[in-house]
Design a protein around this ligand. Structure first.
Ligand SMILES: *Cc1c(COP(=O)(O)O)cnc(C)c1O
Length: 454
């Protein structure tokens, strides 16, 4: 274990004074009181609708970063997460939670001399959201251990989130999970991952769009009848327990990074939770040259960095659909980390918008040149990194490959002309039976179902 000197080694978060505490969180809307990690996890969002942000960002010891190769993944996980968890979880329990959260590989794969892929799809649902969902589910299970009322996790998904949350929460005592997904609009593997688990997981198949699902969930959180009858919480990346453990990817990448100069890191971004976690790791002392937010046609952030105007828009549908977000919820956290100063932010972050034709072309080219099969999200990350390296020819970089290509078979098979083998780890799904509950795309249908079963 690495010991961190709490008094000297913590940076103060920009807006907090001398009263700041380890493992405490303030609301970015500044109207609600500060809370512990446990409260922030259970609540999800502050009562004033602000996102929670840590009062203190740890500054990790130099020796830990320099000798990171000497530490196990579990030791890195505990060292990085302990200051954020504070007193909410005892050390031995945290260690157990971390070891269950990260018990698969995070390989860094070389594509050419300048570009590496950090594969984040080796978890049970083949996308990077597994780490956040597994960590959050176990934390919530721990916080609920002595409670006799159930928590209901309500989540809308366009595909990946639902599977990761379902898998992460499967069998967790005291927690019921209700997933809303748009009928006919998720890929076959994604649907099997959502609908075949049973136990404490229910899948509501909504005859509508993802936007309908999201609107139904939002309304449920504001409904008085439901909040009296059920203890509802959300499991998206605004929750600190889902957001913060994503920092570990960046430490695992650095552990495998053999080059003398720090990497440029390109992150396929939608809600900006993952890249925000990377930037937090950087603020804690992890060496990074520059970050790239790789976006699809949903270009609010690239536009903002260019023009200075932040203009949210309705999401447009793309082939990298997990990034179809018109108003990225975590961007306020990134601004907070850079003192709400766009100039400071720009010195560390660039952003590119990549259209669908370029994404498909990138999948094809990389397959032809390197024999490496990208998924559409990773392809956006790869392309944005290549663009940046054109103007920074001495740089070397990593893009995050956030999902396995088999989750998006139509796009990838068309671009490469090759059938994607079904990974062994998910072959069991093919034999499972889909169980979903059809509901109309309106809030009343959801409410009726929730109350009827509660
Ligand atoms: C969720 C997701 C993203 C976007 O991550 P954010 O943290 O929302 O920016 C990118 N790729 C895949 C495959 C995803 O599932």
């Amino acid at each position: 274990m690495v010991s961190i000197n709490f008094n000297k080694r913590f940076l103060l978060s920009p807006l907090q004074g001398a009263g700041a505490r380890v493992g405490a969180y303030y609301s970015l809307n500044h109207q609600s009181p500060a809370v512990t990690f446990a409260e922030a996890t259970v609540k999800g969002q502050a009562p004033d609708k602000g996102l929670y942000f840590p009062q203190l960002i740890p500054l990790l010891p130099k020796g830990f970063i320099e000798n990171i190769g000497d530490y196990s993944k579990e030791e890195i996980g505990v060292t990085v997460m302990q200051p954020y968890v504070g007193d909410s979880i005892p050390g031995n329990v945290l260690q157990h939670i971390i070891s269950e959260t990260i018990n698969f590989e995070f390989p860094l794969v070389k594509l050419n001399d300048a570009v590496y892929s950090l594969e984040l799809f080796h978890g049970p649902t083949l996308a990077f959201k597994d780490v956040g969902a597994r960590f959050m589910s176990r934390c919530l299970g721990y916080f609920n251990r002595n409670s006799n009322h159930h928590t209901t996790v309500l989540v809308a998904t366009s595909g990946d989130t639902g599977g990761a949350v379902a898998n992460g929460f499967l069998g967790v005592e005291g927690v019921d999970v209700v997933i809303l997904y748009p009928s006919g609009k998720v890929s076959p593997i994604q649907e099997l991952q959502l609908t075949t688990l049973g136990q404490n997981i229910a899948a509501l198949e909504v005859t509508g769009t993802f936007d309908d699902c999201q609107a139904m969930v939002k309304q449920a959180f504001m409904d008085n009848d439901l909040s009296q009858k059920l203890q509802l919480t959300s499991a998206n990346s605004i929750n600190v327990a889902r957001w913060l453990p994503q920092q570990l990817y960046y430490f695992f990448a650095y552990q495998q990074w053999a080059d003398g100069q720090p990497p440029v890191i390109s992150v396929p971004s939608g809600n900006f939770g993952n890249i925000c976690a990377g930037m937090l790791a950087y603020r804690s002392g992890l060496p990074v040259q520059h970050f790239i937010a790789a976006c699809n046609a949903n270009d609010v952030v690239p536009q903002f960095l260019e023009s200075g105007n932040y203009t949210p828009k309705p999401a447009v549908a793309t082939i990298s659909n997990a990034m179809d977000v018109g108003n990225p919820s975590n961007f306020v956290r990134i601004m907070e980390m850079f003192d709400q100063n766009t100039g400071n932010l720009k010195s560390m972050l660039s952003s590119y918008s990549v259209d669908d034709a370029t994404t498909a072309q990138t999948i094809k080219e990389v397959y032809t040149k390197c024999g490496y099969m990208l998924d559409p999200h990773g392809a956006v990350g790869y392309y944005a990194l290549s663009e940046y390296l054109k103007t920074h020819p001495n740089g070397k970089g990593i893009f995050l490959e956030t999902a396995h290509p088999v989750k998006f078979p139509e796009v990838v098979e068309q671009a490469t002309g090759t059938k994607i083998p079904f990974p062994e780890s998910v072959q069991y799904l093919a034999a499972r039976e889909k169980k979903s509950i059809l509901v109309d795309a309106n809030f009343e249908s959801l409410k009726e179902w929730l109350i009827g079963r509660g």
